[in-house]
Design a protein around this ligand. Structure first.
Ligand code: PEP
Ligand code: MN
Length: 336
C-alpha cells in the first residue's frame, strides 16, 4: 500500500482478494501496510489490483519465506510489548537465569538486571535438557515466581514453551513465548503458536541454515502470528572449544534478508562467561536488535548453565560498555 494509506482501503483489498480465492495476509507497519497474497499467481489479475485505491506496488516475492522477507516488507518490524519495543532504535535487553530456581533467586536477579537497564526478564521453567536426569525446571511454580519478580521490578518476561500442551499455562504468566533451538522445526508446535496473540521468539536450530530458520518463522507468520522475533544463538560447527559458533555474519545477513527483529544469545552461542561481553558487543555492532543474556547471582551454584552465566556486576558493566558500540551504529542502550 502507499504510505499512510487508510485502513479501509487495505480492508477493501483484503476482502476482494478473499472473494477471488486468495489468502491475503496483512503486515501492518507504522508507515506502510503490506498485503502478502498467497495463492496461484496465474489467477491473479495484477492490472486490476494495481488500479485499486492506495495500492503502491504489486510485486512477486521470490524468496521461499514470503512473509518473513525484506522483499515483501522493506520496513523493519518493531514489536511493542507493554510499551517495551523490540526492533526499534533502543537495543532490547533480556536478562536472567537459565532456569528459574527459587523466588529469592528470581527477585535478586530481576532487581539487579532491571537496575542495570534490562526491561525483559528471562528464565526457564520448562527446561530442554540433553539428558533425562538433569533438572527440568519448576514448571508452573517457576512461572509464578518469575511473574512475581518481573512485576515487582516493572519488567516484562520471556520464557520457553516446549510443548503445545502447555500453551494455556504458559500464556497465563508470560508476555513473550520462546521456542528453543531444539524445537525450531517442531512444526506442530509452530503451527499452534501461530494461532496465539502474543509475541514469540524463535531460536535458530542447532544445525539450521538461515533459510531453514526463516522458513520456520514463516510457519508462525503464515498462521497469523505477526509478532515474531528471531534469535541467533550459535550453531554447531567442527569447533568444539566453545559450546556453539556464533555467526556474526548471519546476524548481518538475516537483517538484510528479513524485516523481523533479531536478538542474539551470546550465552548459549559461546558457553563461556568471559566471552559473553565480546560476543554481545560484536552482535550489536553487526546490527542485532537486542540480546538475551544469562545472569545468575551465584553462577557456581546455578542448577543449569553456570559456566556461561555472568554475575549481576558483570552484567551492569557490560550494559555500560554497550553504549558507545550502540551509538556507533545509530542505536541506544537504556542504562536507567
Ligand atoms: C535457553 O535459552 O534457555 C535455551 C535452552 O537455549 P537454546 O534453546 O538456544 O539452547
Ligand atoms: Mn541456558
Amino acid at each position: 500500500m502507499k504510505r499512510y494509506a487508510p485502513r479501509e482501503h487495505a480492508d477493501h483489498i483484503i476482502t476482494e482478494l478473499q472473494k477471488q480465492g486468495f489468502e491475503p495476509v496483512p503486515l501492518y507497519g507504522v508507515e506502510r501496510t503490506v498485503i502478502a497474497v498467497i495463492g496461484d499467481e496465474r489467477k491473479l489479475d495484477i492490472g486490476h489490483l494495481r488500479a485499486m485505491p492506495s495500492v503502491g506496488q504489486v510485486m512477486p516475492v521470490l524468496q521461499p519465506y514470503k512473509l518473513a522477507s525484506r522483499e515483501s516488507k522493506p520496513e523493519a518490524t518493531i514489536i511493542d510489548v507493554k510499551g517495551v519495543k523490540i526492533g526499534g532504535e533502543e537495543i532490547a535487553i533480556m536478562a536472567g537465569p537459565c532456569s528459574v530456581e527459587s523466588q529469592e533467586q528470581m527477585d535478586v536477579t530481576a532487581r539487579a538486571v532491571s537496575k542495570a537497564g534490562a526491561k525483559i526478564l528471562r528464565g526457564g521453567a520448562y527446561k530442554p535438557r540433553t539428558g533425562p536426569y538433569s533438572f527440568e525446571g519448576h514448571k508452573e511454580e517457576g512461572l509464578k515466581m518469575m511473574r512475581k519478580a518481573a512485576d515487582a521490578n516493572n519488567m516484562i518476561m520471556i520464557t520457553e514453551i516446549m510443548d503445545a500442551r502447555h500453551i494455556d499455562t504458559v500464556m497465563k504468566y508470560t508476555d513473550i513465548l520462546q521456542i528453543g533451538a531444539r524445537n525450531m522445526q517442531n512444526f506442530t508446535l509452530l503451527r499452534e503458536l501461530s494461532k496465539i496473540r502474543k509475541p514469540v521468539m524463535l531460536k535458530r536450530g542447532l544445525c539450521a541454515t538461515m533459510k531453514e530458520f526463516l522458513l520456520a518463522a514463516e510457519y508462525l507468520l503464515s498462521g497469523g502470528n505477526g509478532e515474531v522475533i528471531l534469535c541467533e544463538r550459535g550453531i554447531r560447527t567442527y569447533e568444539d572449544d566453545m559450546r556453539n559458533t556464533l555467526s556474526i555474519g548471519a546476524v548481518a545477513r538475516i537483517k538484510e534478508l528479513s524485516h523481523l527483529p533479531l536478538i542474539v544469545d551470546p550465552s548459549h552461542a559461546t558457553g563461556i562467561a568471559s566471552l559473553v561481553k565480546p560476543a554481545s558487543l560484536a552482535s550489536i555492532a553487526a546490527g542485532a536488535d537486542g540480546l538475551i543474556i544469562e545472569v545468575h547471582p551465584n553462577p557456581e551454584e546455578a542448577l543449569s548453565d553456570g559456566d556461561q552465566s555472568i554475575t549481576p556486576e558483570e552484567f551492569s558493566d557490560l550494559i555500560l560498555k554497550m553504549g558507545p558500540v550502540a551509538a556507533a551504529v545509530g542505536r541506544t542502550v537504556n542504562t536507567n
